[in-house]
Design a protein around this ligand. Sequence first.
Ligand SMILES: Cc1cc2nc3c(=O)[nH]c(=O)nc-3n(C[C@H](O)[C@H](O)[C@H](O)COP(=O)(O)O)c2cc1C
Length: 222
Amino acid sequence: MTRFDKNRRPLVIGIGGTTRAASSTERALGFALRGAEQAGARTRLFGGAFLHSLPHYAPESAQRTDEQRELIEAVRHADALIIATPGYHGGVSGLVKNALDTLEELRADERPYLDGRAVGCIVTAYGWQAAGSVLTSLRSIVHALRGWPTPFGAGINTLETRFETADTCSDPKVVDQLATVGQQAAQFALAFRSHHAGHAAAHAASDDADDARGSRVLALAN
Ligand SMILES: Cc1cc2nc3c(=O)[nH]c(=O)nc-3n(C[C@H](O)[C@H](O)[C@H](O)COP(=O)(O)O)c2cc1C
C-alpha cells in the first residue's frame, strides 16, 4: 500500500490540549477532528494526558519511550494534522511545543517532518490578543516543520466561548470555524493524494509509451 493509496481514507492526527481534564483546547480540537471525519478522514487524537506522558525531548539521546515512538509513528503515517494549543504567556504551551519538538525524529524521513501535509491550527486564549499572536506563532512553527498551514486557522477567546462538555460549545460560529479547520485539513489530504495518484498514472502511461516505442524500434531493426 502506498502512502496515497486511493482506497484508503486519509488519516488526520490531532495533537493538542492541556493537562486539565476539561481542557477547552482539547475539546476545540475534538470539534475540528469531527469536521475532518465529515470530510471523509479517519482521525486519531493525542490529547493533553498523552502529551503529558512524553518526556522532555532530548535530541542528544538515542533512547525514546513507547509514547514518543507512538507519536512519531502516527505522524509519520498521517496525511494531515490539526494542532491545538492554549496561549501561555504569549506563546505556544510547553506541553504542545515539546510534542512538536519530538517530531525532530522525522528529520531523515522520505517526507521530513510534516512535509506534504496540511496542518490545521487552533489556539485558545483568555483574550483576542494572544489568540491572534499565538496563532501566528503556531503557523510559523508549522512552516519550520515544512507543513502547510490550512488557509483558515481558529483563534478562540475562552473568556467568551465555553466548551461545557466534550460535545457542546456555547457559540455555534466557533463550532463552524473548528469544523472548517478540520475539513480544510482533510480536503487538502484528499487533493494531495489525487495529485500524487495522477502523477503516478501519468508516469506509468509515459513508461508504457516508452516501452511501446522501444518495441517498435527493435521490430524495425530486426
Ligand atoms: C500558565 C498560563 C499562561 C497563560 N497565558 C496566557 C496569555 O498570555 N494570554 C492569554 O490570553 N491567556 C493566557 N492564559 C489563559 C489560557 O490561554 C486559556 O485559559 C486557555 O483557554 C486554557 O486552555 P484549556 O482550557 O485547554 O486549559 C494562560 C493560562 C495559563 C495556565
